[in-house]
Design a protein around this ligand. Structure first.
Ligand code: GLY
Length: 395
């Protein structure tokens, strides 16, 4: 066990980054009795302000990501309880909706791809049902008449990430987390150990443990030894928000998605009438420009899926940065630098993985070790030199 409180420290834990991953880590740590601080100029911001909020462990399954699937499913299972607890703790509605998802095929090629996905899902023991085009349209009458078939996944739900972020900020405040509303200038390291951080105003927060949870920025923090910096890169996603007027008949009753000419497009209908259309996936570094081409492609593909969508007001266009990792899976737990932990690299699954990340990080902060379910996601899997800790893990 780690010491509960070290005298002379301004907190036990400093979380760098106030996106949903940093917030859930801080909330869970504070609930475990750790004096917790969090540094971010605008807590609740980041990729969650752009994300659609699909909890799509089954429909976003990819070949080669079966290990990640286990963590995704563990987090999806926790969602109802997590939301109930968070809403109770914060007094905020998170917009969680257990509405299911329909993935459809628009042409013969898409149908082959979707059949392959169905077969992979079945091999992984997941629940999904193959539907004819007619059955898809019976479920979602706004779908294009040409839809060739689809997969009904009743277990893939959604949440509103903006509301989730807001609820987490309030829950952290109520749990006693200290917010430093400014950038972190650099990590403090003394005698080969992370000891806190220096903030933009020059003040220092001294802690026993530091969690780096800065999303796509996690690979850039000054003061972190280069061999310890997480291999996180920004992957741009452009997202549109449309509004279904109150007078309009229900537009879509569940998330609808497809792969159109090789690009993923999804439509996520909220109860408040918002319809989120996403998302591009672009390797363009730190660029967050919304482009005419990005908006055009999303609207073109979404229109092929649901032609009536062009009548809706387009209320927002935005781009965000997913924190991509080399194997598309997050980095959770101790780094090679004692005192520095990582909670980053969640890539396409940050919203989905929020509940399990909070639990895993709180466990690591209190016990010093990763729980069994998260061992495969140690940041040390990317280290080049074997360390005593890695040998222990693989023993
Ligand atoms: N998980 C949805 C996306 O990354 O676009």
């Amino acid at each position: 066990m780690r010491p509960a409180h070290s005298p002379g420290r301004s907190a036990d834990v400093l979380v760098i980054g106030g996106g949903i991953i940093g917030l859930v880590t801080a909330w869970r740590a504070a609930q475990r009795g750790l004096r917790t601080a969090l540094a971010d100029p605008a807590p609740g911001g980041g990729a969650a302000q752009v994300a659609a909020g699909m909890l799509a462990a089954v429909t976003e399954l990819h070949y080669g990501e079966e290990t990640l699937l286990g963590l995704n499913l563990a987090s999806a299972r926790r969602y109802p309880q997590f939301v109930a607890e968070l809403e109770e703790a914060s007094g905020q509605d998170t917009g969680y909706r257990s509405c299911g998802t329909l993935a459809v095929a628009l042409d013969a090629d898409d149908r082959v791809g979707l059949r392959e996905l169905h077969a992979l899902q079945q091999r992984c023991g997941l629940e999904s049902d193959w539907l004819t085009g007619r059955e898809c349209r019976r479920l979602e009458p706004m779908l294009a008449p040409g839809v060739r078939g689809g997969l009904r996944v009743d277990g893939d739900h959604q949440i509103d990430p903006r509301r989730l972020a807001k609820a987490l900020v309030v829950a952290c405040e109520r749990a006693g987390v200290t917010f430093h509303r400014q950038w972190v200038e650099r990590l403090s390291v003394a005698r080969d150990r992370a000891t806190g951080a220096v903030l933009a105003d020059g003040s220092e927060v001294a802690t026993d443990q530091v969690v780096l949870a800065a999303g796509s920025l996690s690979g850039r923090l000054a003061g972190v030894p280069p061999q310890v910096l997480p291999p996180v890169r920004p992957v741009k996603g452009q997202v549109l928000r449309l509004t279904v007027p109150g007078t309009h008949a229900p537009f879509l009753s569940r998330t609808v998605r497809a792969v159109v000419r090789g690009s993923h497009v999804y439509l996520v209908p909220r109860e408040n009438g918002e319809l989120v259309v996403g998302a591009t996936s672009e390797e363009l570094g730190w660029d967050t420009t919304v482009t005419a081409g990005g908006v055009y492609e999303l609207l073109r593909d979404a229109h092929e899926l649901v032609p009536g969508l062009t009548e809706l007001p387009l209320t927002e266009t935005r781009a965000g940065l997913r924190p991509g990792s080399p194997d598309n899976a997050p980095m959770l737990g101790p780094s090679e630098l004692p005192g520095l932990l990582l909670a980053t690299g969640h890539y396409r699954n940050g919203v989905l993985l929020t509940p399990v990340t909070g639990d895993v990080m709180a466990h690591v902060l209190v016990t010093g070790g990763l729980p069994e379910e998260a061992r495969a996601f140690t940041p040390r899997r990317f280290s080049s030199a074997p360390s005593p800790a890695r040998q222990e893990l693989s023993a």
